[in-house]
Design a protein around this ligand. Structure first.
Ligand code: NAD
Length: 376
């Protein structure tokens, strides 16, 4: 087996067996919980191959017994090169679903294209799926080609208004270094909103509705992040936050579209976790490292699977009105933002140096989690 090589939070090697074993572990964990009897029955997951999307798919299928159709953008293997991790995750998921006699099918395609929307609609019809009662939107992508204009937009992870200097942690090595990020240009802000905002989510809602593929009472859920004020400069007040604000405001527009079906679109605010997408966000990594240490010590740490299980079990399918905040968002970042958790994280961040990071934060836990994403 090739030794793992990591550059800038991205591992260049993959261990297929390890990826597949991780998916099976999640499936077994979910099966160990009481069945979600009131859960969804037919689920579309956009961004199904890793992180939050994969976790949602596992909970839908192995917690609620739902049929699932997934879309993700992964590179297949060639004779010379292994596939991306999500490719193997998809294989493992589909194999386990088949063993459990649960319908599942996975499309590897660019979810931002109209052709992919049509392919999902065609596939659902071919397979006799009458409609979806839950659509999870969990895409994290570096670029998107606008299907109307043909222009390719790129997302940037930058502050807005002024430069941002801070410490960043290389997740793989736990090494802390200083970094300064220049403020985003108007084009970079616009590009990030185009890629990670709600425009594409709305196009999915329209296409699925027009195709008659949305069930009465359908729920469409997209994922967001807010975080504490100590991370606003890099996230919520930066380019990514601008895109998330757009995504969040799109929920109302989609809800209006779904109203004749008694459906609703909502954004669910999740906790910060190390995933393939998040491990490349500078500066956030130091916060995440401290947060892991504090939340684990308090016994309130959750991974993607626990977060998604709680979303389904205690929010979406708990019966009755789904609890939301003043802006209509579902909050699963409640434990991360607890005052006692944040006070301890802040105390760590105030003292952290390259020499004491491993002692004060959870560098080892973060490193292990990053490597596990690639099957190591
Ligand atoms: P991830 O990298 O684990 O998953 C991203 C998914 O998107 C993968 O399945 C990938 O194949 C898919 N994808 C990317 N480009 C695609 C394309 N063009 N077409 C089809 N599929 C594509 O990332 P994640 O962290 O699980 O992120 C999922 C969502 O959760 C994002 O919206 C993210 O902002 C949100 N979120 C993440 C965190 C976190 O800390 N990780 C916290 C809160 C919210």
């Amino acid at each position: 087996m090739k030794a793992p090589r990591v550059i800038g939070g991205v591992c260049l090697t993959v261990n297929p067996k390890g990826c597949m074993a991780s998916v099976r572990r999640w499936i077994n964990e979910e099966r160990g919980r009481p069945p979600l009897l009131s859960g969804p029955k037919s689920v579309l997951v956009l961004g199904c191959s890793g992180g939050y999307g994969l976790a949602a798919r596992v909970v839908a299928a192995f917690g609620a017994g739902a049929q699932t159709l997934g879309v993700s953008f992964e590179r297949p293997p060639t004779l010379k090169r292994r596939a991306t991790p999500g490719w193997y995750n998809n294989l493992a998921f589909d194999a386990a679903a088949a063993e459990a006699e649960l319908f599942s099918e996975t499309l590897v395609a660019d979810a931002f294209l109209d052709e992919t929307r049509q392919a999902v609609i065609d596939r659902a019809r071919e397979r006799g799926i009458p409609h979806f009662d839950l659509v999870i939107y969990s895409l994290a992508a570096p670029q998107r080609t606008d299907p109307v204009t043909g222009v390719t937009h790129r997302s940037a992870i930058k502050p807005i208004g002024q430069p941002l200097s801070g410490q960043t942690m290389d997740v793989a090595s736990g090494v802390l270094s200083d970094v300064t990020l220049t403020p985003a240009t108007p084009e970079e802000i616009e590009g990030t909103v185009k890629v990670m905002g709600g425009e594409d989510w709305l196009l999915w809602a329209r296409a699925l509705k027009e195709a008659g593929l949305l069930a009465d009472g359908v729920r469409m859920v997209a994922l967001s992040y807010i975080g504490p004020s100590s991370t606003y400069a890099i996230y919520r007040s930066g380019t990514l936050g601008r895109a998330k604000e757009h995504l969040e405001s799109t929920a109302d527009e989609i809800s209006r579209l779904l109203a004749p079906l008694n459906g609703r679109a909502q954004v669910s605010v999740q906790k910060a976790l190390i995933t393939r997408a998040s491990s490349v966000i500078p500066i956030m990594s130091v916060y995440v490292c401290a947060m892991y240490r504090v939340m684990k010590a308090k016994g309130v740490h959750e991974g993607c699977l626990e977060q998604m299980d709680r979303l389904f079990r205690e929010r979406l399918y708990a019966g009755g009105e789904v609890p939301v905040d003043e802006a209509g968002r579902i909050r699963l970042d409640d434990w991360e933002l607890r005052a006692d958790v944040q006070a301890e994280i802040e105390a760590i961040l105030a003292r952290v140096t390259p020499d004491n990071l491993a002692e004060l934060g959870d560098t080892e836990g973060c490193r292990r989690e990053l490597m596990a994403l690639y099957g190591f």
